[in-house]
Write a protein that binds this ligand. Structure first.
Ligand code: TRP
Ligand code: SF4
Length: 420
């Protein structure tokens, strides 16, 4: 079980993939033109149904990218990773949706609405500063009637045993926390509402801890549909989940059909049947959601090793840290260095165990620089002191520039539609 609200220490990514059916990302790389650095570097290690997104990108079809942020503490380098993923997909032609999960923060972390509003705005400024396009949809959950209505309807499809099985909820779990799960499903399916142009592939970039939400939402996306498809020889067997009266519409589609009391068998090209049924479903008032796709990135390690914790500011770099303070944190970070300089010159450092190298990989160096750094580290040509100085410089420059851009973003907020 993964508890999205309490992620433990070490994560066994291979096991996670095997147990929950997350696919490895790496084999997709060759089909993506100019992949994002986090994809190339294996930081994004897994996905569900990302082929759909590649198809949309490569063939210029409409698609969306959606993710949410719980405003319980200021955004840090971990959130920046998700923001960069949203912006990357946005540049590739995806319509971007950014949800500020104030209802979740309120229900799960007991924060006041004023506090979640204030912290939420810092996430919005950050993602705008990182390059989000002006036609994106930005909202606070509590202000989004569409999300809340959809969440309620999705809730009709979820029962207690299921929540218990997915999230490990027990007799102490509050109704608000349970509702936060279907609110998140509402976030994820929002881009596919008629109001936003109807069903479209949607990718949700998240950390692996959020996968339970995706499994639930993917299930719900089909369970809430009117028609259920089951593959048969030469086509699909179609049932109606909302009463057999809906089956009568199926005979009017241009396919060879065998009509039974409880189902209709349609014969023909499968993708054609799928898209015709989707159209029909929309026509008669259904949602016809496409199951959302997702990408999963690794967690970033706390600066001292172990887990990042919002109650320990020295364990992470916030995007709002004073650059000099952030620099000091980097100087104190855990490295993959050896006990003595002499040993390190001889054996080389261990970048795979180094938090500084992780910062390089995720945020600070381009491909060439990263390659050279890895070589120099492993070969013992650079020692951690010198290396950390470089990392410190990079972090300070980055934060200084970002903070300027965030300030500038504040003056540009009115160019965005923000539901708040
Ligand atoms: N639960 C997520 C978190 O804790 C935030 C979130 C809310 C989210 N809605 C979402 C993430 C929709 C992805 C998609 O960080
Ligand atoms: Fe990490 Fe740099 Fe030391 Fe290598 S030299 S272990 S990358 S701090």
């Amino acid at each position: 079980m993964i508890d999205p609200w309490d992620v433990g220490g070490e994560i066994d990514y291979a096991k996670l993939m095997k147990e929950f059916g997350i696919e490895p990302f790496q084999p997709l790389l060759e089909r993506i033109e100019d992949p994002m650095h986090l994809m190339k570097r294996g930081v994004i290690f897994g996905h569900r149904d990302y082929e759909r997104i590649i198809d949309a990108i490569n063939n210029h079809k409409p698609f969306a990218v959606m993710s949410g942020f719980m405003p319980s503490g200021l955004p840090h380098f971990g959130h920046k990773m998700t923001m960069d993923e949203i912006v990357w997909h946005n540049r590739k032609g995806g319509m971007a949706f950014v949800g500020i999960a104030d209802m979740e923060a309120h229900a799960v972390r007991n924060l006041s609405w004023e506090k979640t509003r204030e912290i939420g705005m810092s996430y919005i400024k950050a993602i705008i500063a990182l390059g989000l396009e002006t036609n994106s949809v930005i909202y606070f959950q509590s202000s989004n009637e569409r999300v809340k209505d959809l969440a309620f309807e999705l809730g009709e499809e979820v029962n207690w045993s299921e929540l218990k099985a997915i999230y490990g909820f027990d007799g102490e779990t509050t109704l608000a926390k349970m509702f936060a799960t279907s609110i998140q499903a509402g976030d994820i399916l929002l881009p596919q509402l008629k109001f936003y142009g109807g069903p479209k592939p949607t990718v949700v970039p998240v950390g692996a801890d959020q996968d339970p939400h995706l499994r639930l939402t993917r299930d719900l996306s089909s369970r809430i549909s009117i028609f259920a498809l089951e593959e048969i020889d030469g086509g699909y067997r179609v049932r109606s989940r909302k009463g057999n009266s809906f089956l009568t519409h199926l005979g009017n589609l241009d396919f060879d059909a065998k009509i039974y009391d409880e189902h209709v068998d349609l014969f023909g090209e499968k993708s054609e049947i799928e898209s015709k049924i989707r159209e029909l479903e929309l026509e008669i008032g259904g949602y016809a959601f496409i199951p959302p796709s997702s990408t999963y990135h690794r967690f970033i390690t706390g600066l001292q090793g172990g887990k990042m914790s919002s109650s320990k500011p020295e364990s992470f770099i916030s995007l709002f840290d004073k650059p000099s303070e952030a620099g000091k944190k980097v100087m104190k970070a855990l490295t993959g260095g050896r006990a003595t300089a002499e040993e390190q010159r001889k054996l080389g450092g261990q970048p795979e165990r180094c938090v500084v190298f992780e910062l390089y990989t995720i945020h600070l160096l381009d491909d060439k620089e990263l390659e050279r750094m890895e070589r120099d580290c492993r070969g013992g040509a650079i020692l951690c002191g010198e290396c950390k100085k470089l990392a410190t410089e990079r972090v300070e420059i980055f934060l200084k520039e970002l903070q300027e851009r965030m300030e500038e973003a504040e003056g540009r907020l009115d160019m965005y539609t923000i539901l708040m």
